[in-house]
Design a protein around this ligand. Structure first.
Ligand code: PLP
Length: 361
């Protein structure tokens, strides 16, 4: 069996052909595919507007700017990819961290808002929806920016993530549940005014070709990427179904190993999409070593919580011990291989090695 990667993007002939058609026949920037992709993505998420941008980070930055977080605070979790908090800083706001639950999502009980709070930015970590009702209750009267960068298609109480808060932000980076041909992102919202502002912000602040009424960015999704994204979106549900199948297979085969804690599989309220399949164990590094030495790649999401990243320690003076659950997860979380084309045999091989590591227990 060849090495089993942690993730593997899908790029088929159909996607490559869609990109070359767009390159040959459309405007390279703001071509027809961009607008079609936005329409189709909005319909998929169940919102009135989708605004494409050049990355998930830009989706978060532009949303934060459009929601006026400048000189104000945004509450988010410290256990995420660093771009979550960076977006708040780039928008001129201050990130205020909250600790997380054992599944890695923000703990609503840890959310404290005050007059300075402009927004809460929950992350649907690993593709598992955050508890949006409890978050809205913990943070009344502030905007909610969903970081759905890892959760395309995940459902919370019958609604797709990205349609619940004031805005939803998605990434199409190559490891994500759906991708484009490189970097890309999308913002979803039901707010007409916000959508109009976001369309200007991502396109140099344009009101018309040579008239600019805000300080905008060059943050458009290029046309060939949008053409690939349209094909990817058509496969997303089937890929997410396969991810859930893989998760169930892992869970079934690993359920008797006491040393590891499995991720939640979902409930009547929550349908996760398993961007990652993350187990927790105290001997994380030695299990990873055993897997890596036997042909299985693993990853750690995330070995350093954001508040302990050098940039955040320097700027805000954080020290270890501030967010214990996030720090515990950074020592115990291990991402196993998870991608839609993963075979049952590959899942079984990963599980066999884990059982072997724990001496057959
Ligand atoms: C939770 C989260 N937020 C934000 C981002 C940023 O997205 P991008 O890499 O497209 O800028 C990512 C992914 O990379 C992410 O996983």
């Amino acid at each position: 069996m060849s090495r089993i990667p942690v993730s593997r993007p899908v790029m088929t002939e159909e996607m490559i052909e869609a990109a070359s058609n767009a390159l040959a026949n459309e405007r390279l920037v703001m071509g027809e595919s961009v607008f079609k992709f936005e329409e189709e993505f909005a319909r998929y998420v169940g919102v009135d507007h989708a605004i494409s941008v050049s990355s998930g980070t830009d989706a978060l930055i532009l949303s934060s700017i459009a929601l006026n977080v400048r000189a104000r605070e945004v509450v988010t979790s410290t256990f995420s990819f660093i771009a979550t908090a960076n977006s708040i800083v780039h928008a001129g706001g201050t990130p205020v961290f909250a600790d997380v639950l054992s599944n890695g999502n923000i703990d609503p009980k840890e959310i404290r808002t005050r007059r300075e709070t402009a927004a809460v930015m929950p992350v649907h970590l690993y593709g598992h929806p955050a508890d949006m009702d409890a978050i809205a209750e913990a943070a009344p009267n502030v905007k909610i920016i969903e970081d759905a960068c890892q959760a395309h298609g995940a459902m919370y109480k019958g609604r797709k993530v990205g349609s619940i808060g004031d805005v939803g932000c998605f990434s199409f980076y190559p490891t994500k549940n759906m991708t484009v041909g490189g970097d890309g992102g999308m913002i979803t919202t039901n707010d007409d005014r916000l959508a109009r502002d976001l369309r200007k912000l991502r396109d140099c602040g344009r009101v018309s070709r040579y008239e600019h009424d805000v300080f905008g960015f060059t943050s458009r999704l290029n046309t060939a990427n949008a053409a690939i994204g349209r094909v990817q979106l058509r496969h997303l549900d089937e890929w997410n179904d396969r991810r859930r199948e893989i998760a169930r297979r892992y869970a079934e085969k690993l359920k008797d190993i006491e040393a590891i804690r499995l991720p939640p599989l979902g409930s009547k309220d929550v349908t996760p999409v398993f961007h990652l399949f993350v187990i927790q164990c105290d001997d994380r590094d030695s299990l990873a070593k055993h897997l890596n030495e036997n042909g299985v790649d693993t990853a750690t999401h995330y070995p350093i919580p954001i508040h302990l990243q050098p940039a955040y320690r320097d700027a805000f003076g954080f020290a270890p011990g501030s967010y214990p659950e996030s720090e515990r997860l950074s020592r115990t979380a291990l991402s196993l291989p998870m991608f839609p084309e993963m075979t049952d045999e590959q899942v079984d091989e990963v599980c066999r090695l884990i059982v072997e590591h724990y001496g057959g227990r």
